[in-house]
Write a protein that binds this ligand. Structure first.
Ligand code: HEM
Length: 433
């Protein structure tokens, strides 16, 4: 009897579901820890910058089994521009929850063909319109506010207005904030994908479903005669063109409209908040220079652009760009640094490391607003370089410029004035006025 009782108790504890449940809980905890830690280092970049500097000094091409990190500016650029040796699709595909996008297309002809349709759908006037939208929204908010404004909230408002008016997704600025929530979740997931099993992952997957059906409805109810009003209209006009290729159909337009809206949303929120935070962390002379650049931006935006790009050199939204090596290849220059990268290797090409390489950026630790933005790797390089750079540029000049032109804009003291992130997305940056 005793034996029986013990054995039944034993079998209860030894039931395969319990070890399995423990293993699952442990794996979930590990995933959460990795997710939180990655989010921290994507948004707090001092330590990674220091670590990359040490690698650049002692092991510029660091190889550990199938994992490679390059830290010199020339090697980072080489990885990003040798598209057939270092591919992106492998990594990007699992992040494109709203369907395949140009970012996960490596095949050069298919990528170039899709990109050319997207380029045609971007009108020359779009950047001007985006800057006007950004300046108006920020100016109105500054006029209404008493003590402070939230840079992240302003940038969210600007991005949603751009999604509605320039991308052509109706209802983006309506009080129902579902679209904004979906886009924020999905854009953060491109920077940092929550691992399976976490509640954040389920929420991102739901956001992708919500966005896709929203865009499908927008396409189904799109006024037929409207062919040039916005990005969506121009993409749909391409489908109806007599020489449209087979792949250019409503499904492709849905995926591109989703991708462009996702890429266009939280990216601007994060970079506008980071750029402002970085500028306000600088000595008074730099902040004063930024103010003067903002005041001149109406006639000449270049000095303000340089200041913003310099701020983002310290805080690139994507500090690391990952690539996959489909076959063995060489990396490095023809001296002792030349190394073999094995087939199947994961290669990290960090803009954060490259943009602090003293060979390419003199005195990299100093904030020098005169640096040439064309040298920046904030928007990537090579085949997959950012398609929306002109959009982001215009939004950043509009948001950061309007705020800096306010005569009493200042950092709020203490914790309240510190930037707050949620995952990899900027959540709040309160600045005093
Ligand atoms: C300041 C904000 C932005 C930053 C910092 C940024 C940065 C980047 C970077 C680094 C890449 C390359 C990724 C890689 O090589 O792995 C990229 C690609 C891309 N970005 Fe942006 N981006 C921003 C805003 C935007 C906006 C507003 C749009 C669209 C409206 C956009 C659309 C795209 C697209 C479509 C690609 C993929 C291009 C391709 O694969 O050919 N981005 N972005």
């Amino acid at each position: 009897m005793l034996v029986k009782a013990n054995s039944s108790r034993f079998s209860r504890f030894a039931s395969p579901s319990i070890p399995k449940r423990i293993a699952r809980a442990l794996s979930r905890s590990k995933n959460r820890a990795v997710y939180c830690l990655s989010g921290y280092f994507l948004t707090h970049q001092r330590l990674p910058r220091w670590l990359f500097a040490q690698l650049r000094r002692f092991r510029p091409i660091f190889i550990l089994g199938p994992f490679v990190i390059v830290t010199r500016d020339d090697d980072v650029r080489s990885v990003l521009t040798r598209n057939s040796d270092f591919e992106l699709g492998e990594f990007a595909r699992s992040r494109m929850l709203a369907g395949r996008f140009v970012l996960d297309t490596d095949w050069p002809r298919s990528h170039a063909a899709q990109l050319s349709v997207l380029h045609t759908a971007i009108a020359e006037t779009d950047s001007r319109e985006i800057r006007t939208i950004a300046e108006k929204i920020c100016q109105d908010a500054l006029t209404k506010a008493d003590v402070h404004v939230d840079v992240a909230a302003l940038a969210r408002g600007v991005s949603m207005a751009v999604v509605e008016q320039v991308h052509g997704l109706p209802g983006a600025t309506e009080p129902d904030a579902r679209l904004q929530g979906w886009l924020t979740e999905l854009a953060s997931a491109i920077i940092l994908m929550p691992p399976p099993g976490l509640s954040e992952r389920q929420s991102v997957e739901k956001a992708a479903d919500g966005l896709v059906s929203y865009v499908r409805t927008a396409i189904a109810s799109h006024p037929p005669g409207q062919t040039d009003a916005d990005l969506l209209s121009r993409l749909l006009a391409g489908v109806d063109a007599s020489d449209a290729p087979d792949w250019l159909d409503h499904d492709w337009v849905t995926r591109m409209a989703c991708g462009m809206a996702i890429f266009g949303m939280a990216t601007v929120v994060r970079t506008a908040s980071d750029a402002m935070d970085e500028i306000l962390s600088q000595p008074e002379a730099v902040v004063e220079g930024a103010r003067e650049a903002a005041l001149r931006a109406q006639t000449d935006p270049d000095p303000l652009r340089r200041t913003i790009y310099e701020a983002l050199r310290f805080r690139p939204m994507l500090p690391v760009l990952a690539r996959y090596s489909p076959r063995a290849t060489l990396i490095g220059t023809r001296d002792a640094r030349r190394r073999i990268v094995k087939a199947g290797a994961t290669v990290w090409a960090p803009p954060l490391a490259a943009m602090h390489d003293p060979r390419a950026f003199a005195k990299p630790g100093r904030f020098v607003p005169e640096r040439d933005p064309a040298q920046s790797l904030v928007f990537g390089a090579g085949q997959h370089a950012c398609l929306g750079q002109s959009f982001a540029d215009a939004a950043l000049i509009g948001i950061v410029g309007t705020l800096l032109r306010h005569p009493s804009l200042h950092r709020l003291p203490g914790k309240v004035g510190r930037i707050r992130y949620r995952g990899a997305a900027a959540e709040q940056l309160l600045v005093g006025i």
